[in-house]
Design a protein around this ligand. Sequence first.
Ligand SMILES: O=P(O)(O)OC[C@H]1O[C@H](OP(=O)(O)OP(=O)(O)O)[C@H](O)[C@@H]1O
Ligand code: HPA
Ligand SMILES: [Mg+2]
Length: 173
Amino acid sequence: MAEKISVLIPEEEVDRKIEELGRKISADYEGKSVHLICVLKGSIFFTCELAKRITVPVTLDFMSCSSYGSGTKSSGVVKIVKDLDEPLEGRHVIVIEDIIDSGRTLSYLLEILEARKPASLALCTLLDKPDRRVKQVKVDYTGFEIEDKFVVGYGLDYAQRYRNLPYVGVVEL
Ligand SMILES: O=P(O)(O)OC[C@H]1O[C@H](OP(=O)(O)OP(=O)(O)O)[C@H](O)[C@@H]1O
Ligand code: HPA
Ligand SMILES: [Mg+2]
């Protein structure tokens, strides 16, 4: 069944914000290299677009975590489905997320990654939904703060659909 999707953040606004984040990160890491961790599947589109806007040397790795299954509520249990290919020791790592909602995924992930002794560890998210936080996480770069609505598009899914929408939309459930 197709849900009704309304536009929350139009494509041009998302593009502009990603450009701005890319400029900020490039300035903050001047003279260094950054190692971007894309948290699959949701952050795939954001990671690709952001990486293109960063002007310092970039390397990429991928990790897959899952807690939402096919619904709109977190199961509360975060699973690592695929781990990173490379060690983090001595690297300037930036974890890239599409959204921080309850904060469970990120707080779990950051603890695991911190133990791998990166030179630095930062967090960049396209969307932040602070009203739903149950685990506090310190976010270094945020695209947009949004209200408590289930969003899709730009990598975000509802039952695995709508990830490819070029804008951020709200599902009318
Ligand atoms: O702050 P939280 O409440 O933990 O929610 C945020 C996480 O949930 C989503 O991933 P999901 O587990 O649905 O996997 P997906 O990226 O493959 O869709 C999203 O991409 C974030 O990683
Ligand atoms: O609002 C959301 N939409 C899609 N996936 C999500 N995972 C956490 N929050 C969301
Ligand atoms: Mg999801």
